[in-house]
Design a protein around this ligand. Structure first.
Ligand code: PLP
Length: 443
């Protein structure tokens, strides 16, 4: 365990490497603060100058089993000694079929499913786009405002998180209609939960299907069970069941994008299980292989019926990534999913306590270890305060806690699923210090 965390001044090694980074790395990346990793262990990471940090980002929700979990490293090295690559698109190997069988078993819904393997979340979404068009013979898609599905042209067409992500890349894939997500605290229709008819779902049938597109032409509805990059918004209990029923009514495929919310993060293997909904297609990436690149689209065999050559990937289902994923899933099932649920509750309790003392800490949302907190000018008015949020993120970094922003004005806790009380308490303490520091300034 790291005793002293944080950094008061950027170290000399980081400084010189940052100069090189600036010269050679694409400026399109969004770095919030200059953390330059040297190595990691569990929930802790060390920078190139030897400073330690508690990682509550998991490298954007990826390092599910913690940094370099010994059992995952063992699985990786064992596979690496045998062979690194052969391409599952053209040949056969055991780790790929074992993982496909496991994913078929752990994704919601009974019966045999099939798996298309790729390398990332965006590629998993691309596969789901293509599969839903291919299997339905329909062209259109419904997606949600605020959603993030990736940055390749198809996935980007579904994405509606920030306009900068789409700016100057048009024209995008035609046939995508965006509609409001079930964000009850900031309802797009100005309605109040409890007094509404879950209008975010009924609008699709009453308006979109009447005015924009015939439902018989819609191939799929893409939805994040919990809005991720859009702010860690948890929809009300009725939303997913109603959406699924609407999709089923018109023979539309319901695609759950579990790239961020899946693989145990929310205290269940897949977040959609919180609502008892069985999706037609599930997209998976991020935490599935503890840090090795791997994506997957999983669908029942009667949906995943495309002919040889219709879709493929040279690197998809890389054997080393598959070996890492098999060990990751073992660890999740042994204890980490339960730990995510338990530690999520613990953190949420601490945050609720903190909220009473801080004017800036607004809505708390999320499930398990997918926790979002809105930073507002004042809790009573709930006016967004993205500039205060950014200062909090920076202040946390200085004190040794790595966090990331999300949504228009939120920051998120998305730690490795291995954290215990000690890490949770440290994170809460650092966040509280950051909140009180920025609370003293004008905002
Ligand atoms: N889908 C969701 C829900 C995501 O959160 C992300 C990334 O944040 C993606 C897809 C894209 O994943 P990747 O960055 O691996 O392409």
């Amino acid at each position: 365990m790291a005793k002293k965390l944080g950094v008061s001044r950027i170290g000399k090694h980081a400084k010189s490497l940052l100069e090189i980074d600036k010269r050679y790395i694409s400026p399109s990346y969004t770095r919030c603060y200059p953390f330059f990793i040297d190595h990691g262990e569990g929930a802790y990471v060390w920078d190139v100058d030897g400073n330690a940090f508690l990682d509550f980002t998991s490298g954007i929700g990826v390092s599910s089993t913690g940094h370099s979990h010994p059992r995952v490293v063992e699985a990786i090295t064992g596979q690496a000694r045998r062979f690194l690559h052969m391409s599952g698109s053209d040949f056969y190997y055991d780790s790929e079929i074992q993982l496909a069988r496991k994913l078929s078993a752990v994704t919601p819904g009974r019966g045999n499913k099939k798996v298309f393997f790729c390398n990332s979340g965006a590629e998993a979404v691309e596969a789901a786009i293509k599969l839903s068009r291919y299997s339905s013979g329909r062209q259109y898609f419904i997606a949600f405002l605020g959603s993030f599905h990736g940055r390749t042209m198809g996935a980007l067409s579904l994405t509606s998180s920030k306009s900068v992500q789409r700016a100057r890349f048009g024209p995008l894939m035609p046939g995508v209609i965006h509609t409001a997500y079930a964000d009850c605290a900031r309802c797009a229709y100005g309605l109040t939960y409890g007094k509404c008819d879950i209008d975010c779902v009924s609008y699709i049938e009453d308006t979109i299907f009447k005015r924009n597109v015939c439902p018989e032409e819609v191939a799929a509805i893409f939805v994040e069970p919990i809005l991720g990059e859009g702010g860690y918004i948890v929809p009300p209990p009725e939303f997913h069941p109603r959406l699924k029923a609407l999709a089923a009514k018109y023979g539309i495929l319901y695609v759950a994008d579990e790239v961020q919310s899946g693989m145990g993060r929310t205290g269940k293997m897949f977040a959609i299980e919180h609502w008892g909904v069985v999706p037609d297609i599930v997209t998976i990436a991020k935490g599935v292989a503890s840090g090795l690149p791997l994506g997957a689209a999983v669908a029942p065999s009667d949906i995943m019926q495309w002919e040889p050559g219709s879709h493929g990937s040279t690197f998809g289902g890389n054997p080393v990534s598959c070996a890492a994923a098999l060990e990751t899933i073992k660890l999740l099932e042994e204890s980490l999913i339960d730990n995510a649920a338990k530690m999520g509750e613990y953190l949420m309790t601490g945050l609720r306590r903190m909220q009473k003392k801080s004017r800036h800490l607004g809505r708390l949302s999320g499930k398990g270890l997918m926790i979002g907190m809105e930073i507002v000018k004042n809790r009573r008015t709930t006016k967004p305060a993205p500039e205060v949020r950014d200062r909090i993120v920076e202040a946390c970094f200085r004190k040794g806690l790595l966090v990331l922003p999300c949504g228009p004005t939120s920051l998120r806790f998305v730690p490795p699923l291995v954290i215990g009380r000690e890490e949770a308490d440290t994170a809460l303490e650092i966040l509280e210090g950051a909140l009180s520091k920025v609370g003293k300034g004008r905002s």
